[in-house]
Design a protein around this ligand. Structure first.
Ligand code: PHE
Length: 367
């Protein structure tokens, strides 16, 4: 009997499919990691097996840093033996980790990294979100057509590939409409923006566009309002964490930013079910990154099921052939050549200290 027990327990240890989740659980953008993790945990509860085996998600913290992202994915693959990786969240970290995924021929699916370089030239890296040429264009279209802005100061976080790219795509389209741009720089972790803000005021900016992440966006908003700036504050999906409001308070009221999802704008039947299940489990409404984390997990598991094997190379091929996948954040088709998805852009605002749905800009309208 002891022998049988030993056999059974060693077998059940063996019969586990390991999926890595490479996330910024600590450090500068830790709010993002936590939101994605919540989405993955919910998805795991709903679909906890694949190919008849139990799924184990192995979490790896990148500390919000590129070198740790690269080290972390290597550890997931070499030490933990994961057959696929969900991650990273921010583009710079996904670019660093993606190089390793590519070398080791293990598929990586980013829930949320929008810079084109994340998947460019790669076979093993894909994503379930749109990319920044689309996002930057959408933000410029909204600024010009809806808000009638003609003069904008763009604040770029020069340490983040995401911010550098998004700034450029915004500026390109904004200038096409004859808009005037002043571009200024800052760095992740900066907390003092008065030099840039006094330049923006002198320029006569009607909008300050901050293309980085929530911490700095919140601080820019506070300091801009304290200096008497009355114009619009705009941002990209990097604003999309509840911490923006926790840190920014009243200063972020009325901000507009582009993103991927809001529970008040469900796009698929999965969007609704996901939002209900999320509220039930966590007692709060889901954020964009939880929806995207949920989708990345579900898509990876679906690809493993379709590949009918745990061989990473074949799973990568299966990921690249997924079409019309019904996710919480929308319908996902992974382009076989680029690994990218094309989805509509959602615009949110902050109203009474809550994220509120403002508009959807369809991808098709942004050509
Ligand atoms: N798009 C951001 C990046 O590439 C990450 C992000 C997506 C953050 C969605 C918040 C919400 O760095």
């Amino acid at each position: 009997a002891v022998l049988v027990l030993l056999l059974v327990s060693s077998l059940s240890v063996f019969a586990v499919v390991k999926i890595g989740a490479l996330l910024p659980l600590t450090g500068g953008v830790s709010a993002f990691g936590d939101l994605v993790k919540k989405g993955i945990e919910l998805a795991l509860e709903e679909r906890g097996t694949v190919l008849g085996e139990k799924i184990e998600v192995v979490y790896m913290d990148t500390r919000s840093e590129k070198t740790e992202a690269a080290n972390g994915i290597a550890r997931l693959i070499d030490k933990e033996g994961v057959i696929a990786v969900i991650g990273e969240v921010i583009s710079g970290n996904s670019i660093a980790a993606g190089e390793i995924a590519e070398k080791k021929k293990v598929p990586m699916v980013s829930p949320s990294s929008t810079n084109p370089l994340v998947t460019q030239g790669k076979k093993f890296v894909s994503r379930v979100c749109f990319i920044d040429p689309l996002q930057g264009t959408a933000l410029a279209e909204f600024a010009v057509k809806t808000l009638k802005i003609k003069k904008a100061t763009v604040l770029t976080d020069v340490e983040q590939d995401y911010s550098v790219g998004l700034s450029n795509y915004f500026i390109e389209r904004f200038k096409k409409y004859g808009g005037q741009v002043q571009q200024l720089q800052y760095k992740s972790g900066d907390s003092e923006f008065s030099a840039q803000l006094s330049q923006a005021l002198a320029f006569g900016a009607e909008a300050i566009v901050v293309t980085g992440y929530y911490n700095e966006i919140a601080l820019v908003a506070q300091q801009a309002r304290a200096l008497g700036f009355k114009g619009y504050i705009l941002a990209g999906d990097g604003a999309d964490a509840p911490e923006l409001i926790k840190i920014g308070g009243q200063a972020v009221e009325g901000i507009y930013f582009t993103t991927h999802y809001h529970p008040d704008a469900p796009v698929t039947s999965v969007s609704k079910k996901f939002a209900e299940a999320f509220v039930k489990k966590y007692g709060v409404r889901p954020s964009t990154l939880s929806a995207l984390g949920y989708d990345a997990y579900m898509l990876v598991v679906e690809a493993i099921e379709r590949a009918k094997t745990t061989k990473p190379e074949l799973i990568a091929t299966a990921i690249r052939s997924i079409k019309n996948f019904q996710g919480a954040s929308g319908t996902i088709t992974i382009d076989a050549n680029t690994g990218n998805a094309t989805k509509d852009v959602v615009i949110l605002t902050v109203k009474k200290q809550q994220f509120a749905f403002a508009a959807t800009i369809s991808a098709a309208s942004l050509k």
